[in-house]
Ligand binder design. Structure first.
Ligand code: HEC
Ligand code: HEC
Length: 330
């Protein structure tokens, strides 16, 4: 067994001007007791103060299907993510595996080495190369912002998009577009869900909680919290969605809207040319993307193509569309 230690300095979140903006808006919002700036707090999970995911430091850790063993002295070191399954993917370029201190966190920390991603970020495995390059250019130009200034991961991505050089973007885009996305999210229609809290920018089961009504939302949670916190890129997510939402989403995507989604995203919704795939991707991410496009906070070079598709969508339409799209095979 190979052994590694994930160690060193506590990273600074103060990257670019954007990041400073983010800090001050967080402080202002906290002072005012603002909990959410969007009608979809389930899509933009905001950390609960003082609650963190439990994590055992300084002891050897392993995950299934891996020969490796890591000792984490600081699991939040965003320049040194573990790579549990190096045989699964091509050799990671340096910018993906380790980033560039102090301006660009390692892509693989958040998106995972195989690009499958997590609810608070995005799956980027197999996205078209030209699409990735365009999104990074939109961040650099300040054209892609989150509708939720308190959503730390989106602010971090904004800073990364701002700071990454054209060469780094080209290298990372070539890497991630070469990966093949796998089924990663199990979508379950249900009336009730576990009571949750947000920690580590994710919904997790509340200690000693019971069940509650799902209401008009999606709850995307780790299948196995411990493995997710170890950043095991074989351990996926479960998405609880309202009963009937998958069929309603199919209707909206395939026939209900003026701008039929499949004409641009492909008949199988796995993307078409530079237009991104939607099948099997995180419902939290899809809902954020739709809302950010609708609100005009995401207004990149290609965003006008989505204008007709999003303009009349309600929150329940977004729930249904996200439920349907994430239930598909990627
Ligand atoms: C700190 C965590 C973090 C790191 C590190 C990170 N990202 Fe992201 N990334 C995000 C988040 C969060 C989103 C989704 C933003 C949103 O929901 O608005 C995202 C979204 C993206 C998207 C858009 C996906 C889409 O479908 O439009 C691309 C492309 C991307 N990241 C590329 C990269 C690259 C390349 C790197 C490394 C240079 C990187 N990211 C590093 C958090 C991160
Ligand atoms: C005219 C072509 C077109 C149509 C029709 C269209 N899309 Fe899109 N879609 C795009 C393009 C181009 C983008 C990338 C937008 C950008 O770069 O900001 C996109 C982005 C998206 C995204 C964000 C993906 C990501 O990775 O961030 C989602 C979600 C989405 N579309 C869903 C839909 C749905 C649902 C419909 C139908 C209701 C639809 N689209 C119809 C062209 C289209």
């Amino acid at each position: 067994m190979k052994k590694f230690t994930i160690n060193t300095v506590v990273i600074s979140f103060l990257l670019a001007g954007f990041q400073l903006d983010f800090q001050s808006s967080v402080n202002a919002a906290e002072a005012e007791g603002v909990l959410s700036n969007t009608p979809m707090p389930w899509a933009y999970a905001i950390n609960t103060p003082d609650i963190d995911v439990p994590f055992a430091f300084n002891v050897p850790r392993t995950v299934p299907d891996s020969e490796l063993e890591f000792v984490f002295t600081n699991p939040r070191n965003l320049y040194q993510p573990p790579d549990w399954h190096p045989q699964d993917h091509p050799l990671m370029p340096e910018i993906v595996a380790s980033g560039r201190e102090p301006a660009v966190f390692a892509c693989a920390y958040c998106h995972l080495p195989n690009g499958q991603g997590r609810p608070e970020n995005a799956s980027i495995a197999g996205l078209p190369q030209a699409y990735i390059i365009q999104q990074m250019a939109d961040w650099r130009a300040g054209l892609r912002r989150s509708s939720e200034p308190l959503h730390g991961p989106a602010s971090a991505m904004q800073a990364i998009g701002f700071n990454a050089t054209e060469d780094e973007v080209a290298i990372a885009a070539a890497y991630f577009s070469s990966l093949v996305p796998r089924k990663w999210i199990r979508v379950v229609e249900t009336d009730t869900v576990p009571e949750t809290v947000v920690a580590g920018w994710m919904y997790i089961e509340a200690d000693g909680g019971s069940n509650e009504a799902i209401g008009n939302r999606i709850l995307e949670m780790p299948e196995d919290l411990e493995l997710t916190e170890l950043r095991d890129d074989h351990s996926g997510f479960i998405a609880y969605v309202p009963v009937g939402s998958i069929a309603r989403g199919e209707q909206l995507v395939r026939s209900g809207n003026d701008a039929v989604c499949t004409s641009c995203h492909g008949e199988d919704l796995r993307g078409l040319g530079p237009v991104p795939p939607l099948a099997g991707r995180s419902p939290s991410y899809i809902a954020r993307a739709l809302f950010d496009l609708q609100e005009g906070n995401r207004r990149g070079l290609w965003s006008p193509l989505m204008e007709d598709a999003v303009k009349d969508l309600s929150t329940s339409d977004m729930v249904a569309i996200a439920a349907y799209l994430s239930s598909l095979e990627p």
